[in-house]
Design a protein around this ligand. Structure first.
Ligand code: SF4
Length: 347
C-alpha cells in the first residue's frame, strides 16, 4: 500500500493531524497554502512550517501522486499530461488556455465502465477509482505548468472515468477546490460531467453546493442513446431528465446537456427537433461537440454544414445552444487517447 497523499486529507483532517503531532491546528492552513497557493514542489519548501513537522510530513505522506510520463503541447496553448500513478496505472489531464481562462480537465477513474462507443477511455473498461488526492494531484501538476501570473480559473471533470461513480472521492476533492484554503474556485467554475446516474445526481444535489452539471445525453431517445452509451439500457432518458430537473430545483443551477455529434448516427436535424421537444420547457443549455476523431474507434466528425443544420434546428426549437471549439487538435487531446497510445506503444 502506498502512503497517503497529503492531498487526500481535508483541511479538518490535516488540522487534526497537526494537533496529533503536538503542534497547532493553524499549521494545516500554512501547509495548504504551500500546496494550493504557492505552488510548492515538495514539503522541503515549506519554510514557515517547523522542521519537526516537515520531517513528519516527509515520513508519513507523499506530496505528488503521479510522475509525468508524457507531456504534449499544442500550438493553441493546450497542454496534456499523462501521469503514472504509484501503482503503475496511468491517467490523463489537460490544461486549456483561452483568453483569460485557464481550464483544467481531469480524470476521476482509471479507465471507465460506461463504454461510450466513441471514447478511448471506455475501450478497456474501468480499473479502479482515483483517490481524492489522485484527483487533486492532476490539478497540482497542471497548475505547476502555469506562469507566475496565470491561475486556474475553471475545473471540468470530463477526463477519464464517470465522476458520479466515484462520488465518495470526488466530493471531498471538489470541496478542496471550492474552499478558500484550497483553490478557492467558485462552484460555478467547477463542472461535473456525467452520463447521467439518477441516484448519484440526487446525491450531488443533496450536497447543496451548486456545481455545474453537464449531462452527456448524445441522443434524445433510448434506442439511439443505448447504441451510443450502452449503460443507458439500465437507466433511460426519462429517468435522467427527471433527476436533472431535481438537481435544478435543489441548486438553482441550469443543467447543460452535452451532445457529441457522430456523423450518420445522431446528427440528423430530426434528432435535434426531438431534443428540442424534450428540453424546451426546461431551463437547459445544449453544448454540441462535433466528434473528436479517435484513431481506435470508427466514428467520424460530421461536415460543417451538417453540424450547422443540427445546431440551427435546435435554435429554431427554442434551445440555448453552443458548439464546443476543438482544443489541442494536433495532440492526442480526446479523452483517453494519450493513455491508449502509450499502452499501444509499450505493449
Ligand atoms: S465518454 Fe466519459 S463516460 Fe463515456 S466512456 Fe468515456 S470517460 Fe466514460
Amino acid at each position: 500500500m502506498p502512503r497517503p497523499l497529503i492531498t487526500d486529507l481535508s483541511s479538518a483532517d490535516l488540522a487534526a493531524w497537526c494537533l496529533a503531532q503536538g503542534d497547532r491546528s493553524f499549521r494545516a492552513q500554512q501547509i495548504r497554502r504551500w500546496i494550493y497557493g504557492k505552488r510548492a514542489m515538495g514539503f522541503s519548501e515549506m519554510h514557515d512550517v517547523p522542521g519537526a513537522l516537515r520531517t513528519a510530513l516527509e515520513e508519513q505522506f507523499d506530496y505528488f501522486g503521479g510522475a509525468v510520463v508524457r507531456h504534449q503541447k499544442s500550438k493553441d496553448g493546450t497542454e496534456k499530461l499523462l501521469l503514472e500513478l504509484r501503482d503503475g496505472e496511468q491517467v490523463e489531464c489537460v490544461l486549456m488556455r483561452e483568453d483569460d481562462r485557464r481550464t483544467v480537465c481531469i480524470s476521476t477513474q482509471v479507465g471507465c465502465a460506461m463504454g461510450c462507443v466513441f471514447c478511448a477511455s471506455g475501450l478497456m473498461g474501468v480499473k479502479r477509482n482515483l483517490s481524492t488526492g489522485e484527483i487533486l494531484d492532476q490539478i497540482l501538476r497542471l497548475d505547476r505548468l502555469l506562469s507566475g501570473e496565470e491561475r486556474i480559473t475553471n475545473v471540468v471533470l470530463m477526463g477519464m472515468g464517470e465522476p458520479l461513480a466515484n462520488l465518495k472521492h470526488v466530493l471531498p476533492a471538489l470541496e478542496t477546490l471550492n474552499e478558500k484554503g484550497g483553490l478557492g474556485l467558485g462552484a460555478r467554475r467547477i463542472t461535473i460531467s456525467t452520463v447521467g446516474l439518477p441516484e448519484k445526481i440526487r446525491e450531488l444535489a443533496a450536497h447543496g453546493t451548486p456545481f455545474n452539471l453537464a449531462i452527456s445525453l448524445h441522443a434524445p431517445e433510448d434506442e439511439l442513446r443505448t447504441r451510443i452509451v450502452p449503460v443507458n439500457a439500465r437507466i433511460g432518458v426519462e429517468a435522467i431528465l427527471s433527476a436533472a430537473d431535481d438537481y435544478f430545483a435543489a441548486t438553482g443551477r441550469r443543467v447543460t446537456y452535452e451532445y457529441c455529434l457522430l456523423a450518420g448516427t445522431n446528427d440528423d436535424p430530426a434528432e435535434a427537433r426531438r431534443l428540442a421537444g424534450l428540453l424546451r420547457e426546461r431551463n437547459a443549455h445544449v453544448n454540441v461537440i462535433p466528434m473528436n476523431p479517435v484513431a481506435a474507434v470508427a466514428w467520424e466528425t460530421p461536415s460543417e454544414p451538417r453540424t450547422e443544420a443540427f445546431v440551427e434546428a435546435l435554435r429554431r426549437g427554442g434551445i440555448n445552444v453552443t458548439v464546443r471549439k476543438r482544443k489541442g487538435a494536433d495532440i492526442d487531446a480526446a479523452c483517453g487517447q494519450l493513455r491508449l497510445s502509450e499502452l499501444q506503444r509499450t505493449t
